[in-house]
Ligand binder design. Structure first.
Ligand code: SAM
Ligand code: SF4
Length: 373
């Protein structure tokens, strides 16, 4: 398999800020396309000099809401990536979009610019839930956007959020079944996370409402595993489901611990230089980013890199390459901790690949905590 190498571009603006979201996002305002093109080009060029000779297997426009970015910004980034690295055959170019009508009208132009995969933030197919989640669209608009995306792009995925207050197992089954009837080949199913500092975080702290109990969300997770498998989109990662061959090539860069350059405000990157793993992070605030404030850069120790690699790789149902001479074993007590988790049937190891079992994946954060404690 070609070694995966990707570029992540963070577009930090949204039409409005959803009450659950703690991504690096800001309310949209007029942006100057030329200034953004100059800043993104500057950084792409910087990372290209460090990754010479590699072909891009994926480019991902995430956010924020990159489907609201000026079209010349998207076109320019794609052209610059082509000029600096070139795309590998069947490279994936994904753009995240919200399912509003305004954005749908731009789908054809994005496809023409080279975007070949659209990721739609549907979140729910229920109007009351969409209202609760502070979204700008209703269920009819969501379905219209999915159909328009399926007509405009060769590959389409959409996100749903489950584990909303008041949502029953039956509700979730019915909603997911409706989603599967729309014919997706890839789905991201996220459990609602209450992030500190968000509007939802404040509301839950004040006792205005509570998310469902853990055993209910665990059942919802199991329902998602079963129903997507029956529909031919089994889980290939904790929250991601795909028909064979339709997995997100870009997210596989993260989960297989490949190299990627991250540009745009608050974007992370990982590069391998002389065998060392380098973590990069751009300034968070758009004005700092645009004014070329320095990027943070850290060389990870072998143990830190091993921890990251295993934390990412164990999210995959296929697991992660792992042998006896892994840097993980350099830490005191590592073998005992691993043995304990294998004994508890949360991890499995055949000497070559370490895999989290279905039970292990269900409580992966706890498993990782114990593995690296
Ligand atoms: C960074 S957002 C970008 C997508 C696009 N802006 C949108 O909202 O449709 C990526 C996805 O993360 C998920 N997400 C964000 N915050 C979440 C939370 N607190 N709990 C669960 N899922 C969340 C949503 O499903 C969202 O579509
Ligand atoms: S969920 Fe999407 S649209 Fe909402 S604030 Fe986050 S990034 Fe923006």
């Amino acid at each position: 398999m070609t070694k995966l190498f990707g570029v992540y571009v963070h577009w930090p603006y949204c039409a409005r800020i959803c009450p659950y979201c703690d991504f690096n996002v800001y309310k949209n305002r007029a942006v100057d396309a030329d200034i953004w093109v100059a800043a993104l080009t500057r950084d792409l060029e910087k990372y290209a000099t460090r990754t010479r000779g590699r072909k891009l297997t994926s480019l991902y426009f995430g956010g924020g809401t990159p489907s609201l970015a000026p079209l010349p910004v998207i076109e320019s980034v794609i052209e610059t990536c082509e000029r600096l690295w070139g795309f590998a055959p069947s490279a994936e170019i994904t753009l995240e979009a919200n399912p509003t009508d305004a954005e749908q009208s731009r789908f054809e132009a994005f496809a023409k610019a080279g975007v070949n995969r659209l990721s739609l933030g549907v979140q729910s197919l229920r109007d009351d839930a969409l209202k609760f989640l502070g979204r700008d669209h209703d269920a009819v608009a969501a379905k219209r956007a999915i159909a328009a995306a399926q007509a405009a792009f060769p590959r389409v995925t959409f996100d749903l959020i489950y584990g909303r207050p008041g949502q029953t197992l039956q509700d979730w089954r019915a909603e997911l079944s409706e989603a599967l009837e729309l014919g997706p080949k890839h789905l991201s199913l996220y459990q609602l996370t209450i992030e500190p500092g968000t509007a939802f975080g404040v509301a839950v702290d004040k006792g205005r409402w509570a998310p469902p109990e853990d055993d209910v969300t665990a059942d919802m997770y199991d329902i998602a595993q079963e129903m997507t498998a029956v529909a031919g989109l089994p889980a290939y990662e904790i929250s991601n489901h795909a028909a064979p061959g339709e997995e997100s090539r870009h997210n596989l860069v993260y989960w297989t611990y490949g190299d990627y350059a991250g540009v745009g405000p608050g974007a992370h990157g990982r590069l391998t230089e002389d065998g060392a793993r380098i973590a990069t992070e751009t300034p968070l605030a758009p004005p700092d980013y645009l004014s070329a404030a320095p990027h943070e850069e850290t060389t990870l120790t072998p143990a830190e890199a091993a921890m990251e690699r295993l934390s990412m790789g164990l999210r995959l149902t296929a697991g992660t390459p792992f042998t006896e001479d892994d840097a993980f074993f350099a830490e005191a007590g590592a073998l005992e901790r691993l043995d304990r988790l294998i004994g508890d049937k949360l991890l499995q190891w055949d000497g070559q690949t370490l895999v989290a079992t279905a039970n292990g994946r269900r409580i992966l954060n706890r498993v990782l905590y114990e593995l690296f404690a």
